[in-house]
Design a protein around this ligand. Structure first.
Ligand SMILES: [Zn+2]
Length: 84
């Protein structure tokens, strides 16, 4: 089972808040990470080029909160050798 990456047909324009419609037709084998998708805003007529990203990777920003408590404790309990 091969899940294609979902690319929305419309997005919300960050400039004016109107709906931007996709210009790029879906490729025959489906979207792939790194593909460019162009949108045209119906409000300000701006063009938006987005890059398809992997939905499974989660964008990477959220993994920063993965705090390693055990490692932190180990470093904290490290005996102080010598005088500062
Ligand atoms: Zn717009």
């Amino acid at each position: 089972m091969s899940d294609g990456i979902e690319v929305p047909e419309t997005i919300t324009c960050v400039d004016c808040g109107e709906t931007a419609h996709r210009l790029t037709p879906p490729p025959e084998d489906g979207w792939e990470v790194g593909d460019f998708v162009a949108y045209r805003c119906s409000g300000c007529r701006d063009r938006w080029d987005l890059v398809v990203s992997d939905p499974e990777s989660g964008g990477g920003a959220d993994t920063e909160s993965d705090f390693d408590l055990r490692r932190w404790l180990a470093e904290r309990d490290r005996p102080n050798k010598g005088e500062d």
